[in-house]
Design a protein around this ligand. Structure first.
Ligand SMILES: [Ca+2]
Ligand SMILES: [Ca+2]
Ligand SMILES: [Ca+2]
Length: 185
């Protein structure tokens, strides 16, 4: 694994770890869903909030199934790296199988007006609330990920960017800006 990818995985881990305790646990995913729900102004007991929470709990269970190797209810950075190396990098096609449903679910959650794509506001709300990006970094990423410059990030553009985040060592590609300016390796 390249140092650049190592740094990117560490950054991705940190964005999942919403309470910053160094492990991924169910609580991080509940918190992620609640922050996004708040950002969109959904009331605590609204159906939208419940749906976001259910989606994030699903996501947590999927991740725990593949990455919580010792089954203790938390994923360490080592387990996260191991799952990525063994299950995603080693097998062609594994990325699509593992990530496409997740990307679909998250994109649908962030698509506030339900038109099937993300405008700048939706994209910003998602990345600021769920991943802790600054508005500036979220906007910079939006401009890059929207590769056809039509003012919307589609599901296809999102999948391509996330694929590049994990598979491209080129700091210039859009995907490497998803979680802020690319790390210096
Ligand atoms: Ca945590
Ligand atoms: Ca939308
Ligand atoms: Ca676009």
């Amino acid at each position: 694994m390249s140092d650049f990818l190592d740094l990117k995985l560490a950054r991705r881990f940190a964005t999942w770890d919403r309470d910053g305790n160094g492990f991924l646990e169910e609580a991080d995913f509940v918190k992620g869903a609640d922050r996004l729900g708040e950002a969109f102004g959904h009331a605590e007991d609204s159906p939208q909030r419940r749906r976001m929470r259910d989606l994030c709990l699903d996501l947590w269970q999927q991740m725990a199934r593949i990455a919580d190797f010792d089954r203790n209810g938390r994923i360490t950075p080592e387990e996260y790296g191991r799952a990525f190396t063994e299950l995603v990098l080693a097998q062609p096609g594994a990325f699509d199988a593992a990530y496409t449903p997740v990307i679909d679910a998250l994109t649908a959650m962030a698509d506030h007006d339900g038109d099937g794509k993300l405008d700048r506001q939706e994209y910003r709300a998602w990345f600021v609330s769920a991943f802790g990006l600054s508005e500036h970094d979220a906007d910079t990423a939006f401009d890059k990920v929207d590769t056809d410059d039509d003012g919307h990030v589609t599901r296809g553009e999102m999948v391509a960017a996330i694929h590049d985040y994990y598979f491209s060592d080129d700091p210039e590609v859009a995907g490497n800006w998803l979680l802020g300016p690319p790390p210096q390796s």
